[in-house]
Design a protein. Structure first.
Length: 165
């Protein structure tokens, strides 16, 4: 299963978690196919609209689109195998998704933080360059959102967050 940032045909960005099942090619365009956790349905994603690397959800390994495509047999069946860890598991730092919640009531924020922690995510209180997601509520301040966007942090709403965990 892979997680990646994706821009649709209107330019709207979203984070997708997909159990990739194959790749197809139509003309010069290549597409990833698989079950999308956000939409809870089988979807097709244009590879040129995937922003940055994909994250192997099981290992936290970053995988380029080009590398993933090169491991697919006959463009129909997935053959991707994550590489072995370069350090022993006992000394390797565990990968966690880092998240900050902003613009929510205290009760709503605490509920969302609990969901994130149960899912194994790292809940933080400030926006920084190592943050993965800023989850915005109805009262999110523009300065925190602007800082996240400036640092390349993915900004999502509560519905997207709930779909990810």
């Amino acid at each position: 299963m892979f997680q990646f940032s994706y821009s649709d045909n209107f330019g709207a960005a979203s984070v997708r978690t997909v159990n990739v099942t194959g790749v197809t090619k139509k003309g010069r365009q290549e597409y990833l196919e698989g079950f999308c956790q956000l939409r809870m349905d089988v979807r097709t994603f244009r590879t040129d609209r995937i922003r940055g690397d994909l994250v192997d959800v099981g290992t936290g390994e970053l995988v380029s689109v080009k590398r993933l495509l090169s491991t697919v047999r006959e463009r129909k069946v997935m053959a991707f195998q994550p590489s072995a860890p370069s350090t022993p598991a006992s000394t390797r730092k565990n990968w966690q998704t880092a998240v900050v919640f902003t613009g929510f009531s205290e009760a709503a924020r605490e509920e969302l933080e609990d969901l994130a922690e149960v899912a194994g995510w790292d809940v933080r209180s400030t926006v920084g360059s190592t943050l993965d997601y800023l989850v915005t509520g109805p009262r999110a301040g523009p300065s925190k959102v602007a800082k996240a966007e400036e640092l390349g942090v993915t900004v999502i709403d509560e519905d997207v967050f709930r779909a990810l965990v």
